[in-house]
Design a protein around this ligand. Sequence first.
Ligand code: NBP
Length: 487
Amino acid sequence: MDNKEKADIGLIGLAVMGENLALNMESKGYRVSVYNRTAPGEEGIVGRFIEGRGKGKNFIGAYSINDLVESVKTPRKIMMMVKAGSPVDELITQLVPYLSPGDVIIDGGNSDFHDTERRVKELESKGFYFVGTGISGGEIGALHGPSIMPGGSPAAWPLVKNILQAIAAKLDDGTPCCQWIGPGGAGHFVKTVHNGIEYGDMQLISEAYSLLKNRIGLDNESLAHVFDDWNKGELDSYLIGITADILRYKEKDTYLLDNILDVAGQKGTGKWSAIAAMDENDPLTLITEAVYARMLSAMQNERKKAAELYPSGGIQDEFIITAEEIRQALYASKLISYAQGFSLLRRASGHYGWELDYGTIAMIWRKGCIIRSVFLQKITDAYGKHPNLENLLFDDFFRSKILATLPAWRKSVAEGIMSGIALPAMSSALSYFDGLKTLHSAANLIQAQRDYFGAHTYERVDWERGKFFHTNWTGEGGKTVSGSYNV
Ligand code: NBP
C-alpha cells in the first residue's frame, strides 16, 4: 500500500467505545484502520462495520494484526479499545513483532495504572512508546467528544496530540478536554480517580433521591422537577440532568426506575480508587463508602432477611426536612468528595513524581465526561490561585460554601440517622469534615492503648515532634519498645 493511502491511526477493538471513537476520528478528517480480534473477515465484525456505520467513509478494514500494522503510516499510532487486563498484554505481545522503533501503542481502556507504569517501561526498553489514556464519556462521548486523559511516554505526546485533541470534547472557548497528564501511569490514575468521583456523585444523588422519596414522600414526577430545578443552579451537571430524565422515563404506564432492581454493579475503578487511597494513606472516605454501598446493595438475600428482622417504620417523628436542605447537603458532600479526590491525586503525584496539574485536570473534566459540571470550574479557579493548595477545603470559595451549607447538611444527615435511611456518603463526608477540623482529637487515647499493649511508643504535646516515649503502664513491661515507623 502506498504510504499516502495508509491510515493515520489504527484502532483495535470494535466494541461500543472503539467503534464510536473510530467514527469520531474519521469525522475529524483522519483515515482510520480498524481491526477486531474475533470474527475477522469480511463477514465478521470488521466487515460489518466497514459495510455498516463505516460505509463510504475513510476507513481501512484490517483482517489480521499484521494487516493492521502494515496499513498505518509510520511512526505508527495504534490504539487499543479492549477489555482491560490480560487482553491488553496479549495484544501488545501480538503487535510488537510487527512494529518499528518509534511507533506508539495507545491503550484507551480502563487499565489499572500499575499495569500502565509497567507497560510504559517495557515498551520503551524495546524502542516503542506507550500511552495509557483515560477516556470518559461513554458511547455518546466517544462519538461526539469525550474527555481524554493521556499519560505515558512523554515523547509520544507530540505524535498523538493532534488526533486526541481533535476528537476530544471542547470548552466553549474551543480548548480541548484533552491535555497531557504526566509520565507512566498518570493518565490512567487520573481516570481511576475520575471514576471514583463518579461513584461518589452517583451515590450522593441516590441518597438525596432516597431522602426526597422516603422522607418527604415525593413521587417520580415531583422528584424529576426537583432535579430539573437543581440542574439550573450550582449543581448543574450531567448526572443531575440524567437523573431527572430517568425519573420521568416510562415504559407504557409505569415508571421504568421503579422496576429496576436495586442491586448496583461495578467494574472495578471505584474500588481501585479506594485501594490507591489506602496505599497513599489518604482518607478517601466518601468514594470508599460509595463502593461499599454498591457492595451492600448486591447483598440482596441478606438485605431481605435483615429487612424482615428489623422492619422500618418504628420512628414516627414529624417530617422536618426540606428539599432545599437536602440539596445543600448534597452540595456540601460533593465539595468534600472532590476535596478528597484531589487530595488523593496530590499524594499519588508526589509519590510517583507525576507533577500533576490539578487545575488542568478539573478543566479536562468540564466537558465530555460523566462527571462534567459547572462546579469543576471552581476547582480550576482554586488551583489557579494556589497551585500547591494542600486541600480544596482551604480555598475561600470552598470554605464559604461549606459554612453556608453546614446547618442543612447536619440536619439532613441527622434526619437520615433518626429515620433509619442509610446515607453512607453524606454522613461519612460530614465525619471527615468534623475530623479534619478537630484540633484535639481522641487519637491520644489510641496512641496510649498502642503503647500500653504493644510498646508502640507515643509523641507528647509537651515535647517537639519526632521524639518517641514509652511508658511501662503496668509495671510488668520492660524498657524495650517496638519500632516507631508508620506503614
Ligand atoms: P469491552 O470492555 O466490552 O471490550 C470488548 C472489546 O475487547 C471487544 O472488541 C473484544 O473483542 C476485545 N477483546 C477482549 Br474482551 N479480549 C480481547 C483479547 N484478548 N484480545 C483482543 N481483543 C480483546 O468494550 P467497551 O465497552 O467498548 O470498552 C473498551 C474499553 O474502554 C474497556 O477497557 C472499557 O473499560 C473502556 N471504557 C468503556 C466505557 C463504556 O462506557 N463502555 C467508557 C470508558 C472506557 P472480541 O469482539 O473479539 O471479543
